[in-house]
Design a protein around this ligand. Structure first.
Ligand SMILES: Nc1nc2c(ncn2[C@@H]2O[C@H](COP(=O)(O)OP(=O)(O)OP(=O)(O)O)[C@@H](O)[C@H]2O)c(=O)[nH]1
Length: 363
């Protein structure tokens, strides 16, 4: 069902007296409101127009891990609700997003930049007599699905670490190598030079969100750290190098491998950025190689929550949601996530990030 704005712009009417607008339409609504004031008082129109600004809070979460661990499927499950029939290796970075409701604060728009507004903005009388009419804030989880292939990690993916609000590290529970490789994903980006000593010594949490195929809605389990059944893989040479680095300066960022060249600081994730660890493909119960106890120990060492889940098993969809919603809830309280007025921005994603005025970024 369609109708027209006073300026002739068409709009769609949805059910339950809710209107869904396209991005460009919002600007038109604001203009039509202030223009349609007539003698009704320009002041209230201007105020109303100001209140009409669209506020969007975006939680940018980056998903990282080896190729084939299921990053795309996890992000798809969260944002699209299903398990893709087939996927192809991600090239560079892809992103999906989903509007979320946190503590009843927001509404669920349909897709990128669409909005739900009340009351009906087409009614002239209503607009003039309702100075507190405003568009509720929108909160979105924006999931950046990165390529797992080594060639992309080196060249492209690290650029997307900048300005992320949270990081999800993924491994495949049926593939020990993908678990061991987590270290190579984490180390270069985990510690920023501004890391405080206290954040390194924050007590570990021992929290595991575990896959349980027999239960319809995956339960959240909290338990003490058990003794590891299998010790994490040892690398004495690396351990020694790390030990030396830490002795000289505990805040010194850990170096990736044996290379002495530091990574660009602009692309490091601050230690205050929340991270979670996700073991995916738990539905393949007969092929599990990474015991929960080992993964949990690793998560504790890096101060992360651990989620064991399956992007494939539909019964797990709620647990997959939990991964991103837990982060979004935590991020919601953080000050840096200010509302953004998208009225003054265009709807495109800006891939060039500001590395800071005095960035020495050599990348
Ligand atoms: N059994 C099972 N298979 C899964 C699961 N998640 C993903 N897969 C399969 O694993 C393969 C790789 O999944 P992707 O999501 O493309 O992996 P990716 O980590 O995004 O890979 P890159 O884009 O190369 O980094 C696909 O064949 C999926 O069908 C899961 O939970 N269970």
């Amino acid at each position: 069902m369609t109708n027209e704005f006073p300026d002739g712009k068409r709009w769609k009417r949805a059910e339950h007296d809710v209107t869904i607008l396209a991005p460009g339409d919002v600007h038109k609504v604001a203009r039509s409101r202030s223009n349609s004031g007539g003698g009704g008082g320009g002041g209230s129109n201007a105020r109303a127009s100001q209140e009409l600004s669209i506020q969007t809070r975006i939680f940018k979460i980056i998903v990282i891990g080896d190729s084939n661990v299921g990053k795309t499927c996890l992000t798809f499950r969260f944002t699209g609700g299903g398990f893709p029939d087939r996927t192809e290796a991600t090239i560079g970075v892809d992103f999906r997003e989903k509007a979320v409701e946190i503590e009843g604060e927001t509404i669920k728009p349909q897709g990128w930049m669409s909005l739900v507004v009340k009351p009906n903005p087409c009614s002239k009388a209503q607009l003039q007599t309702n100075p507190v009419w405003r568009i509720p804030p929108v909160q979105k989880v924006q999931v950046w699905d990165t390529a797992g292939q080594e060639r992309f990690r080196k060249s492209m993916v690290k650029h997307y670490y900048h300005n992320v609000h949270a990081v999800v590290f993924v491994y495949d529970v049926t593939n020990m190598t993908s678990f061991c490789n987590l270290q190579t994903w984490i180390e270069p980006h985990l510690y920023s030079p501004s890391l405080s000593r206290t954040s390194l010594t924050t007590p570990v949490t021992h929290v595991l969100f575990q896959y349980q195929p027999t239960v319809v809605v995956g339960p959240v389990q909290r338990r003490d750290l058990p003794s590891p059944i299998v010790e994490p893989p040892q690398d004495p040479e690396r351990d020694e190098a790390v030990k030396k680095t830490r002795q000289s300066d505990p805040r010194e960022p850990l170096m990736h491998g044996t290379s002495s060249a530091p990574e660009c600081n602009s692309h490091r994730v601050s230690a205050s950025v929340p991270r979670v660890l996700v073991g995916n493909k738990c539905d393949l119960v007969d092929r599990i190689q990474v015991p929960s106890s080992v993964a949990l120990r690793f998560a504790d060492t890096h101060n992360m929550l651990l989620f064991e889940t399956s992007a494939k098993d539909p019964k797990e969809s709620q647990n997959v949601d939990c991964i991103f919603m837990a982060l979004a809830c935590r991020l919601k309280t953080q000050k840096f996530l200010i509302y953004r007025d998208v009225d003054s921005e265009d709807a495109r994603v800006h891939l060039t990030q500001n590395c800071g005025a005095k960035s020495n970024c050599p990348c």
